[in-house]
Every structure is written in C-alpha cells, then in structure tokens.
Design a binder for this molecule. Structure first.
Ligand SMILES: Cc1cc2nc3c(=O)[nH]c(=O)nc-3n(C[C@H](O)[C@H](O)[C@H](O)COP(=O)(O)OP(=O)(O)OC[C@H]3O[C@@H](n4cnc5c(N)ncnc54)[C@H](O)[C@@H]3O)c2cc1C
Length: 517
C-alpha cells in the first residue's frame, strides 16, 4: 500500500474534507457540504473564486469572462432548482440579483435569413410553427417529447436516488431513448427541413458538438430548461455569483484560502490523507473533492502508482472537447445606435453545422459564432454611452499548442478581425469606428487561466458514448477522492457544474455515513 512521505513540520491544519479549486463545481460541492454541517477547507490557486466564471477589467470596461445566459433560475412563481439552492444558501433574493433575458436568441445567416426566437415553451413552438408551417406536426410532437424528457428529469430528481432503471424505462421512456442517440437521429423522427434544424440547433455551440455528434439528451435538457425557466444574468456579472457563493460558504463556517496551488494529494495506505501546496504547506484530511480536471488530478496530483488502470482508461478514453476563442470589445457608443436589438445573436455563414464544426479544427475564421451584447439586458454593465460586446466561437485547443510563438499574434488577430467583420456584415456596419478596447482570448489564454487540458471549456465531448449516463462520475481514482467540474456528471456549463458539485458532496456524505473508507 502506497503512503506519501511529507514534512511533518509543515502541517498547518487538518479538515475532514478539502475541496481543491473554487470553480463552479468546487463551489457547488463546498457550499453543499458546509450547509450540511461539514467542516471544509477550499483551496484556490488564483486570488479570486470562479475559474472560468469570472470577469476582468480593461480600460474603463469590466468584461464578463464567460456567461451568456444562465438557465435554471426562473422567477418568483417559477423557481428553478439552481435558484432554490441559492435560496437555501441565503444568497437570494437579497445578496444576488438577476436580470432576465427577454428573448431567447436571434439567428442570422449570411444569405440574409434573420429570425428572433422567444423564450417560453408555447411562445417558442408557436414561433417555429409560424416560420416553418409545413413542419407544424413535427414541431408539436418535438415539443411534447421535450416535455416528456423534462418529466423524466423531474421524476429522477424527486426520487433522491431511489429508483431503478426499469422504473425510468417504464414511466419515462423518452429519457433513455434520447440519451442513446445523436441529436440528428432525434430530428429525423420529427423534421425534414434543414433550415428548421439549423435554427432550432443554434445553441449547439453551448455544448461544443454539431447535431450529428451531440448526445440528444444534452441538447433537449438544455433547451427545455431555458424554455421553462428562462435565461438570466447576475447583476455584477458571474463574479458576483461566485462571490455570493463564497460569502455563503464562509457564513456556514467554511474556510477558503486563495493563492493556494495544490501540488500533491497525499495518500496513506492507498487512500486520501491530505494535500501539499506549492509553498510546501500541508493540510491533512479524510477526503478531497477535486475541481482540477480528472487527468491532472490522477496523473499529476496523485502518485501515479495508486491510480488503477481501469480508472486511467476511463479518463483517457473520451475525446477532449473544444476550447473557446473570444473577442471582448468595449465600444464608445450606446448599443441601440450600433444596431444591437437582442442580447444573444448567433451569426452563421452556413446551415451545415458539421462544416461549421470543422472550422474549429483549423486555425481559421469561424463559420459560426455568437455575439453577446450585454447592455441590452444590463444597461449599467459598462459606462454610460458605451457598449460591452463579446464575440465567441470555439477552437480545438490542441491546434494552438503547436502554433509557433512568432505566428501566435498574427493568427489570433486574423481570426478576431474576421469575427468583427461578421458583425460588420450583419448587425453593425460602423462597429470598427467605435472600438475603444478589444482583447482576444485563445485556447492558450483559457488554458493559462484555468489549467484545464487543452483549455477545454466544457471538459470532454458530450457525444452519445460520453453522455450523462456514461460520463465520468464523481467517485475518483482512489477511496476518499471525488471529482467535480465540467469533465464529470452533466458536463460543462454553469448550472450543470454546480449540480455536479452537489452530487459529489452527496456521495461524500453517503460514503462517510456508510464508513466506506
Ligand atoms: C468564453 C466562455 C463562455 C462560456 N459561456 C457559458 C455560458 O453562457 N453558459 C454556461 O453555462 N457555461 C458557459 N461556459 C462554460 C462554463 O463557464 C464552464 O463549463 C464552467 O465554468 C466550468 O466549471 P468547472 O467547475 O469545471 O471549473 P473551472 O472553471 O475549470 O475551475 C477550476 C478551478 O480550479 C482551480 N485550480 C486548478 N488547478 C488548481 C490547483 N492545482 N490548486 C488549486 N486550484 C486549482 C482553478 O484556478 C479554477 O478556479 C463558458 C466558458 C467560457 C470560457
């Protein structure tokens, strides 16, 4: 049995459980645990919480780093599960407030096709029927299927883990069906019009795979959550959301240390016994919940000899998903004068999403991107008379690892420039005259900040083979170790990683009660 050696004199303290990383998965787990009375130490390598869920300042603009539309919040008379969790933590309604996004998204294609889709199940489906009357029957049946999937999700959530796969199959057959096919396979049962499928699929970039490869469950669940509970944005950006979570964590007695980079997870007799920081400080514990991606947790933080081969196979088999490429732009004119009429606009050069996805595998300008104009929902997000615009597309991080340093800025500028051109062509012809600040972030930027492998922003791909049923779960490589974050459970995203954190906390509590280790 492996036991790590360490310097006894450097032991600072001891906690029952330590969470490594204050990203959304780490925060979800840490808050759930302290709310259940656990003593928790949360260690974060940066000097702020949030991981990707953060903001940064350039010139007179404070840019939102990631969030476009937050799902699962809802309203006072239709509260989403995430809102109810925040309520239990005592951070809503007073400490954290939200702006509601009035419309779902605008979808623009370079051939001039331009539509705006509303939120709300009935409103969304009526608009699709108005746009594609020949597909009315399919649209109605598709929406009924979405509602059936939601009923299945709500059933599982209400059972507290006490259900059998047979119960789900019998009562909610759509749920396992959609989890085993691609989105394109699902569409085949309802639609024939390619344009309808392209408009309906606009959120595919939020998952990172085109419909031919994406797990249908992931898309349907995302769509139906937005339609039922709307889309929201936290006042103060995602930084205020993560700060509110930290405030709740500390109020419940949790301890957080910033600038605390964990270098090693210590092991005693084959199970977790503590962590060692880069500066040599040691904290002892019975369990670790890691928000560091599972490959680094297992192959870098743990002594490799303790990681079972079966577990290595599990973490290396799924394909790593895309990273992001964003251009954060501060404009010196109000958004209305610049032509922005909605918060979230998808700009497409093609209806062929497989083709658009292929551009993410090249160091080439995108054929699909999203322009988020925050002032439309949140006037005060930038100084009076200005606009905060963020253009985002996806890129495979691996490509960027091979870019020569002297090529980096040239490629980055070319792609950013083309993304601005797409806005110029479709929404705001004079945009270039008003750019006061513009910063581009590449997969290398996202890697440097988060240390996620290849800068992946959603973890491993959400394909049929790696959907929520088969995806890596929270129990980690050795007893006493749990994994949270985009690489596990329900994948990348704000609400999904917070929920995944809560699931891991539940597993820890169950294992502790059953004296599993
Ligand atoms: C440009 C962009 C746009 C996005 N848009 C949306 C959106 O609109 N909606 C949505 O739902 N999602 C969106 N996402 C995705 C979402 O932000 C992520 O999937 C999610 O935040 C990932 O959370 P995580 O728990 O996996 O942790 P991460 O964000 O990866 O955080 C991990 C944390 O661990 C810390 N850490 C790492 N190593 C160590 C160590 N050794 N010691 C101590 N600490 C460590 C890191 O500093 C970090 O704080 C977007 C992401 C990006 C980048």
């Amino acid at each position: 049995m492996i036991t790590s050696s360490y310097n006894e004199n450097r032991v600072i303290d001891s906690f029952p459980v330590i969470v490594i990383g204050a990203g959304l998965g780490g925060l979800g787990a840490a808050c759930q645990l302290v709310a259940r009375g656990e003593q928790v130490l949360l260690l974060e390598k940066h000097n702020v919480p949030g991981g990707f869920a953060t903001s940064f300042v350039r010139g007179r603009f404070e840019f939102e780093g990631a969030l476009h539309e937050l799902s699962d919040i809802g309203s006072e008379d239709n509260k989403g599960a995430l809102y109810r969790f925040f309520e239990r933590l005592g951070i809503v309604p007073e400490k954290l407030k939200f702006k509601q996004v009035p419309e779902f998204y605008r979808s623009i294609f370079l051939d001039g096709y331009d539509v705006t889709l509303p939120l709300g199940m009935d409103e969304y489906s009526s608009k699709l029927i108005e746009l594609f009357p020949n597909e009315q029957k399919g649209i109605e049946e598709f929406m009924e299927m979405c509602k059936a999937v939601l009923a299945g999700i709500e059933y599982i959530a209400s059972q507290g883990g006490k259900f059998t796969p047979g119960d789900v199959l019998k009562e909610h057959p759509w749920l396992p069906r959609v989890a085993g096919i691609t989105l394109s396979d699902l569409y085949e049962k309802f639609f024939t019009d390619q344009k309808l499928m392209a408009v309906l699929s606009q959120l595919w970039g939020y998952v990172g795979l085109p419909p031919d490869r994406m797990n249908a469950y992931v898309f349907v669940a995302m769509l139906i959550f937005y339609l039922k509970w709307g889309a929201a944005f936290p006042i103060g950006r995602s930084h205020s959301l993560t700060s509110a979570l930290v405030e709740a964590f500390e109020r419940f007695g949790g301890v957080i240390r910033y600038n605390a980079l964990v270098e090693r997870i210590l092991v005693e007799n084959g199970r977790v016994s503590g962590v060692e920081l880069l500066n040599g400080d040691i904290y002892r514990c019975n369990a670790v919940i890691s928000n560091v991606n599972p490959i680094c947790t297992s192959m870098k933080l743990l002594p490799q000899e303790v990681v079972p081969n079966e577990y290595k196979k599990k973490i290396y088999t799924p394909e790593i998903g895309p990273s992001g490429f964003s251009v954060y732009i501060g404009l010196n004119a109000p958004y209305k004068e610049l032509g922005f009429s909605v918060h979230e606009t998808f700009i497409n050069s093609t209806y062929d999403m497989n083709h658009a996805f292929e551009t993410f595998r090249k160091l080439a300008p995108p054929e699909y991107m999203v322009a988020a104009c925050y002032n439309h929902i949140y006037e005060e997000i930038s100084p009076p008379g200005t606009t905060q615009l963020v253009l985002t597309t996806l890129q495979m991080g691996k490509l960027w690892q091979n870019v020569a340093p002297d090529q980096y800025f040239q490629i980055k500028d070319e792609i950013a420039n083309k993304m601005v051109s797409l806005v110029e062509q479709t929404i705001s012809p004079d945009i270039r005259d008003h750019i006061e600040v513009a910063i581009a972030a590449t997969p290398l930027t996202y890697y440097r900040y988060s240390k996620n492998i290849e800068g992946a922003i959603y973890g491993t791909t959400q394909s049929v083979e790696n959907g929520p049923l088969l995806r890596l779960k929270s129990r980690g490589a050795i007893p006493g170790l749990y994994q949270v974050g985009a690489w596990t459970n329900f994948g990348g995203g704000f609400s999904t990683t917070i929920v995944g954190g809560r699931i891991a906390a539940g597993m820890y509590l169950k294992d502790k009660m059953e004296k599993k280790w």
